[in-house]
Write a protein that binds this ligand. Structure first.
Ligand SMILES: Cc1ncc(COP(=O)(O)O)c(C=O)c1O
Length: 406
């Protein structure tokens, strides 16, 4: 026990009931380890360090040092609204709220919709930090099985009929952790079910610009006619996560509530980051930057695919992702992936165990997520080879739970 732990144990005053639901974050713990230079990290969804744009704050328009509007800087809101309109999501700049990362959008949505015991429908597996954020507010999860095409609209209809959820949270484009991308038919069918039921959709879309081939990417929100919606976007993966700039757009009835919750949370997002970003989006440099990112990440994805084919063929099944930053490996037998992680870390390799991505324990299957954007290509081959040795010793062949085999 550290001195800090001992002090905390002795002096913690009564805390809110909410804190009982705050688990330690595995990702935070792993990220701490991966900051050691010798570690090859496939764990976080980090952009490549050398591909992040240079930041020059010297020549910004106006003076961003003063307090600003909770909604966000108007030029940035307008640039976001124009980009969304280009995706088919007709939306006014007045419906755009600039957030401190899209993670804040996730948290605001939790605050807006969730009371203790509120049902929330989401993919199984889903983004672990959204699960964590919604859990703090007392969400009761119902996980929808996810396939390469998306979720089953009929299963969605039945789940809504069984217990009406506060909202449905989906990541239809290059999903985290699986990389799956819903087909157009599936997007339309999901929108139809939500419209019929009038259940709000929260669509999280931080990976859409990282596409490595043709893929259907129209937001499901664009197909909605009646259901309320919140669309979450992020600049973290396509510029620099340290800027902490994301955004949400919402249907008119929801927007004023989200704005008030944002104001109560942090008054406004970083104005210096917003001013830099608004200028970066204006020029052609941004589109060139996106094309370059997609080119380099596609190469790294292909490097990882080749390494996986060399070393993992008997150990796991996976699909080549058409976009995003991750491979999702479904292991060929039972495996304590948390124990495997400790062994891998001792060899300076980091990955994300699959367990925390499942909202409910009973829907888990043995899996892991590997990021391919951050490690250099030579490290990808070395790291995958070493990881295969570790997992080869941890996977128990033939002990896969019946019914869960891929
Ligand atoms: C699905 C998803 N949503 C939201 C986020 C949060 O991104 P940020 O807060 O950096 O915008 C991430 C980050 O990995 C993500 O994968």
């Amino acid at each position: 026990m550290t001195a800090m732990d001992a002090h905390n144990a002795a002096s913690t005053p009564p805390l809110s009931r909410r804190t009982e639901r705050v688990a330690g974050s595995l990702i935070r713990e792993i990220l701490k380890v991966t900051q050691r230079l010798e570690v090859i990290s496939f764990a976080g969804g980090l952009p490549a360090d050398d591909l992040m744009p240079k930041l020059d704050f010297a020549a910004l328009h106006g003076d961003p040092r003063q307090y600003g509007a909770s909604e966000g800087e108007q030029p940035l809101r307008e640039a976001v609204a124009a980009r969304l309109a280009g995706l088919g999501l007709a939306c006014d700049a007045e419906q755009v709220l600039i957030t401190s990362g899209s993670q804040q959008g996730i948290d605001l949505v939790g605050k807006l919709f969730i009371d203790e015991g509120s049902p929330v429908l989401l993919e199984a597996p889903s983004y672990l930090a959204a699960i964590q954020a919604f859990r703090v507010y007392g969400a009761e999860f119902h996980g929808l099985r996810l396939s390469e095409d998306g979720i089953d609209p009929e299963a969605l209809r039945q789940a809504i009929a069984r217990r009406r959820p506060a909202f449905v949270y989906l990541i239809p484009t290059f999903q985290n952790p699986t990389g799956y991308c819903y087909s157009e038919a599936n997007r339309r069918a999901v929108a139809a079910v939500l419209d019929e039921a009038g259940v709000p959709l929260v669509e999280d879309d931080p990976y859409r610009d990282l596409a490595y081939g043709p893929a259907e990417r129209t937001p499901i929100c664009a197909y909605l006619r009646r259901a309320p919606w919140v669309y979450l976007g992020s600049f973290s993966k396509i510029t620099a996560p340290g800027l902490r700039i994301g955004y949400l757009a919402a249907s008119p009835a929801l927007f004023p509530w989200l704005l008030r919750l944002k104001q109560a949370s942090d008054l406004h997002s970083n104005r210096i980051s917003q001013a830099w970003l608004a200028r970066f989006l204006e020029g052609e440099a941004f589109e060139r930057h996106l094309a370059n990112l997609a080119g380099v990440y596609a190469e790294r994805r292909d490097t990882m695919q080749a390494s996986l084919q060399r070393h993992f063929s008997g150990l796991a099944q996976w699909r080549l992702p058409d976009g995003g930053l991750f491979f999702w490996l479904r292991l060929s037998g039972e495996c304590d992936t948390l124990a495997a992680l400790q062994i891998a870390l001792a060899s300076n390799i980091a990955f994300m165990p699959g367990d925390p991505f499942f909202p409910l324990a009973e829907q888990r299957y043995p899996a892991l997520r590997l990021n391919f954007s951050h490690a250099a290509p030579a490290d990808i081959e070395r790291g995958v080879a070493r990881l295969a040795q570790v997992l080869g010793e941890c996977i128990e062949p033939g002990r896969l739970t019946p019914g869960l085999a891929a």
